[in-house]
Ligand binder design. Structure first.
Ligand code: 13P
Ligand code: SF4
Length: 317
C-alpha cells in the first residue's frame, strides 16, 4: 500500500463513514501524522480522546495510549491499527511488581507515567506524562512519600526539579531513549556550539546535558528538557538557527513543520521506536476497513484506573 492520494482519500472516506477521529502521536511516520485529525504528545492526545464527539477513536500510537483513550472514553469504540504495538517502558513494571513495591512503602502516593498498562494504572493514585510530571509531583503534600514509576530518567528529572528527597524511582527505561547517550550528545554539541538542545526527559543523556551546561561546554539556557509537545512550543519560540533533538526520530517531522527555517538534527538518528513504526499506511487502511484491532480494557480495571488518569488530564491544564 502506497501512501498516495488514493490511499489518503480512502482513509478519509472510511473515517467519515465510521464517524471516527484519527489521532497520531508525534513519533508516527510522516504519512500517518499528515493524515491524522490531531497529532500531539501523550497528554494532548488523551485530552482530545476524553472530549471527542466521535463514535470511534483510531489511535495511531502504541497500545498503552489506546488503552488510556478507552479508559477515558469507555462508551466509544477505540481502534489501534496494530495491537502488537507495545512499549518497552510499559513492559518494565507489572501490576504484581507494583503491589509488592507499595507494600514496602505503606501510605506512599503512587505516580505512574502514562506509559504503563491499565493494570498498573489501576494501582496508581495519579498518572502523569512527561509534560506534567513535575506539576503532578508538586501537587502532592511535601511530607508524603512518592513512588514514581516506571521511568528512571524521567524520575531523576522530576526529583532534580522538585528537590524532593522522599521520591522513590522505579528502575525502568525506554530502550529507544536510554540508547541516546551522553557521549554522542556531547560530541554533537561540541560541533554545533550555538545549537539549542531539545531533550526528552526519558533520555539517558538528560543528566549529561545538564552536566555539560554546568561545565560551561553548553550555555545553560540552550539546554531544554521537554516533552514532545513542549518541543513544538519551544521550536516556535527559540531564536536558535539549529537544534539538536534527543528523542525518537519521528519528532523531527512535526518540528520541521512548526519551524521550517530551523535546522533540526537528531542526536541519534537510529533512535526509532519499532512499536510506533508498526502503524503503517497499510495497517491504518486495514484498521478502518475491518474495524480492527479493537482495544478492550476489563471494566473493573478501567473503573479503578479512571480516577488516576482523570487527575492526569486535569493537572497542568
Ligand atoms: P510524550 O509524547 O508524552 O512526550 O511521550 C513520549 C513517549 O515516549 C511516548 O511513548
Ligand atoms: Fe515506549 Fe520508548 Fe517506544 Fe515511547 S519510544 S513507545 S517509551 S518504547
Amino acid at each position: 500500500v502506497e501512501a498516495d492520494a488514493d490511499w489518503a482519500a480512502r482513509v478519509r472516506e472510511l473515517a467519515r463513514a465510521r464517524n471516527a477521529v484519527l489521532l497520531a502521536h508525534n513519533y508516527q511516520v510522516p504519512e500517518i501524522q499528515d493524515i491524522a485529525d490531531h497529532t500531539g504528545d501523550s497528554l494532548a492526545l488523551s485530552r482530545i480522546a476524553a472530549s471527542s464527539e466521535a463514535d470511534t477513536i483510531v489511535f495511531c500510537g502504541v497500545h498503552f495510549m489506546a488503552e488510556t483513550a478507552k479508559i477515558l472514553a469507555p462508551g466509544k469504540t477505540v481502534l489501534i491499527p496494530d495491537a502488537r504495538a507495545g512499549c518497552s517502558l510499559a513492559d518494565s513494571i507489572t501490576g504484581e511488581q507494583l503491589r509488592a513495591w507499595k507494600a514496602e512503602h505503606p501510605g506512599a502516593v503512587v505516580v505512574s507515567y502514562v506509559n504503563t498498562t491499565a493494570e498498573v494504572k489501576a494501582e496508581t493514585d495519579i498518572c502523569c506524562t512527561s509534560s506534567n510530571a513535575v506539576d503532578v509531583v508538586a501537587s502532592i503534600p511535601a511530607e508524603k512519600e512518592v513512588l514514581f514509576l516506571p521511568d528512571q530518567f524521567l524520575g531523576a528529572h522530576v526529583k532534580r526539579v522538585t528537590g524532593r528527597e522522599n521520591l522513590h524511582v522505579w528502575a525502568g527505561e525506554c530502550h529507544v531513549h536510554a540508547g541516546i547517550n551522553g557521549a554522542e550528545l556531547a560530541a554533537r554539541a561540541e560541533q554545533d556550539p550555538d545549537a539549542d538542545l531539545f531533550i526528552h526527559p526519558e533520555c539517558g543523556c538528560a543528566t549529561s546535558a545538564l552536566y555539560l551546561a554546568g561545565e560551561g561546554a553548553v550555555a545553560p539556557e540552550r539546554v531544554k528538557i521537554l516533552s514532545t509537545g513542549d518541543m513544538l512550543h519551544a521550536a516556535r519560540d527559540t531564536r536558535a538557527r539549529s537544534v539538536l533533538v534527543a528523542t525518537e526520530i519521528g519528532m523531527i517531522h512535526q518540528l520541521r513543520k512548526a519551524a521550517p527555517e530551523i535546522d533540526f538534527r537528531a542526536v541519534n538518528d537510529r533512535a526509532s521506536c519499532r512499536y510506533m513504526k508498526m502503524i503503517t499506511p497499510a495497517a491504518l487502511l486495514r484498521c478502518l476497513e475491518q474495524g480492527a484491532d479493537e482495544v478492550h480494557v476489563d471494566a473493573a480495571v478501567a473503573a479503578r484506573a479512571r480516577a488516576s488518569v482523570r487527575r492526569m488530564i486535569e493537572i497542568g491544564q
